[in-house]
Every structure is written in C-alpha cells, then in structure tokens.
Write a protein that binds this ligand. Structure first.
Ligand SMILES: C[S@@+](CC[C@H](N)C(=O)[O-])C[C@H]1O[C@@H](n2cnc3c(N)ncnc32)[C@H](O)[C@@H]1O
Length: 312
C-alpha cells in the first residue's frame, strides 16, 4: 500500500507523562507504547526534548517480503541516492536482525548506500501488525544538552531536557515568564529557542545566576530580582517550577499568591509541583487544567500542570 503521511518517533514514556504531552503539543500525535505517533506535523521536532524524529511514510505493508517487493516496485520513484536504512523495532518483533533487515531492503533500492553521510535516511518501523517504511525528514537537535554545562545550578535546578519539554507544552508562545526562575534552567531554554525570556526570583543571588547563565551562552533575556506575588511582567505564557521543600504545604500561602498573580499575567501557564495542585489552580484563576506526572528515582513524582487563565 502506498502512503504519504507522517509519523513521529519518541522516547518511550511509561514513567514520563511529558513524552506524550510534548509529542501532542509539537506534532498533534500521541505515541503508542513503541514510541510511534501518527501525527499532523513534523516541522517543530527540531526543538523537541523527547520526540526524536519525524518521518514521511512512503509504504505500509504486513510483512518484510511484501515491503521488499513494494520498495522494488516503486524504486524508480523513491529518491534514494546515498541512502541509509535503519530499523525501529523496540519490541524485537522481527525474526531478522536489524542489519539483516536493512541489507535485504537496501537491495531493493536502485541507488548506492552511504552509511556515514546519507542524503536519504530511511527508517523501517516494525509494528505489532504492520511495517512502515519512511524517510526521516525531521530530527531533534537535542541542543538542550549544551545547557547542562551552564556555570550555575542549584540542588533544585531542572535539567535542560526537562526544561525544554516544559516550554514545548506552549509551543506558540513568543514570550515566556518564569516567575520563580532560580538559576534559570527554563529561562535559558526559552532564550535558546529565540523566545523572549523573562526571569524573576526574589533572591538576588539566584537572579544573578540566571543572568550569568544567559550571558555564558550569549542569549538575551530580562532577569529581575522581585517578589512574584506582586511583580508584574506580562508574557504569552508562564512556565515555572514552583518553590517547594519536602513539605509543599508549608509554602501554600506563598504559592497560592504567586498563582493568583500569574493568572493576571499570561493566558496559558505550565506549573511544576511535587503534588497535584489542580484545586489551588482552579481557586486562583485557572481552568482547563491538564496534569502530567513524571516519575523520578526513589519514588519522587513531579506533577506538570498545563492550565489556561480565566482572566484572558
Ligand atoms: C524550585 S526553585 C526553581 C528552580 C529553577 N527552575 C532552576 O532550574 O534553577 C523555586 C525558586 O522560586 C524562588 N521563589 C520562591 N518564592 C518566590 C517569590 N515569592 N518570588 C520570586 N521567587 C520566589 C526561590 O528563590 C527558588 O529559586
């Protein structure tokens, strides 16, 4: 069967709800257990944290023999000079090894392979019921990795990949405010994507760390030392990791005040917390709250809330 549609390949996200949430926000597709998402678009995958690749699907068949025959029949219409074929088979369903499968399909193409520097990079996806053959047309640059070597981090700093995924939950935002920016992981990721980035922290040392981290990479951004219960800075979206120690309830008054202020500053927001704070959000001016959980080592779970302000 000939086809022309798109699929995204993601990390496998059993314990990480951000994988599905990011894939949906960036591509419009929901990954299955193999990390394969039939999707609407692949043009935003370059900025992804957990979506690895985007493919244009060329063929879909039931067996490897059918796939080889279908490729051979269409070889003159498949641009394949300097090609490479890889196989996505996380459940090891194929009786053939990955290299064996790639070689047998490569024989059906008309041009010569170039494994080191391919012009056309194909992927075979071995699904439960079928095989997909497509060309990789989008890949994450994984540029968030660069930011894990920033000069300043604290014990509560988020890593670059996690921060990037949070920003990708509001992919249309052209400006982002982190009202509790700490050492600036979220601010750095936003700025690196060309988003206008605003950071606020009430501790001068932390505001200073965010400024130095931005300067280290040469990214623009505005960082202010202020109390986010009262500070005003509007943006397209708020993305923040709320302050907490081990007992989130100890900070409830401060957090509720920050949420209340935030609802007046941006139409959409992403809040990370160590518990489900949906009721706090609906109490303080937010609605349509979606919650994604991310399980960390030693049983620690983070709750990621995506919400809309009722004020806008
Ligand atoms: C969980 S940490 C943020 C960590 C940050 N995402 C990072 O990667 O470094 C929360 C931050 O909120 C700040 N904070 C707490 N209450 C605040 C307030 N009322 N106004 C501004 N910042 C506040 C704390 O100083 C702390 O740096």
């Amino acid at each position: 069967m000939a086809s022309n549609w798109h699929v995204a390949i993601t990390a496998r996200g059993e314990r990480n709800g951000l994988v599905q949430a990011e894939a949906m926000a960036l591509t419009g597709g929901t990954p299955d257990a193999d990390g394969v998402a039939v999707c609407e678009r692949i043009d935003r995958i370059d900025r992804a944290a957990y979506v690895h690749r985007g493919l244009r699907i060329i063929l879909s068949t039931r067996t490897i023999d059918e796939l080889r025959d279908a490729i051979a029949a269409r070889a003159s219409t498949i641009a394949s000079d300097r090609f490479r074929i890889d196989v996505h088979d996380p459940e090891r369903r194929s009786p053939l090894g990955r290299i064996e499968m790639a070689i047998s399909l490569a024989d059906a193409l008309q041009e010569f392979p170039d494994l080191r520097d391919p012009l056309h990079h194909f992927l075979v996806i071995v699904g439960e019921h079928n095989l997909l053959f497509g060309e990789i047309e989008a890949e994450s640059t994984a540029s968030y990795r660069l930011h894990d070597s920033k000069p300043w981090t604290t014990s509560s700093s988020l890593d670059g990949r996690f921060s990037r995924a949070l920003i990708n939950l509001v992919p249309d935002a052209r400006s982002i405010l982190d009202p509790c920016c700490g050492a600036g992981s979220i601010v750095v990721e936003a700025a690196s994507l060309g988003i206008e980035a605003f950071g606020v922290d009430w501790k001068p040392a932390l505001a200073g760390m965010t400024r130095e981290n931005l300067a280290h990479f040469g990214y623009p951004g505005t960082v202010v030392q202020a109390d986010s219960r009262t500070h005003v800075q509007h943006a397209d979206a708020i993305v923040t990791d709320l302050p907490y120690g081990h007992a989130i309830n100890a900070d409830e008054g401060i957090i509720r005040a920050i949420l209340e202020q935030s609802a007046g500053l941006a139409p959409r927001a992403v809040f990370v917390a160590p518990a489900n704070i949906t009721t706090w959000l609906t109490d303080t001016g937010f609605t349509n709250v979606q919650v994604h959980t991310v399980m960390k080592r030693r049983g620690f779970t983070r709750w990621v809330h995506v919400a809309e302000s009722t004020i806008f």
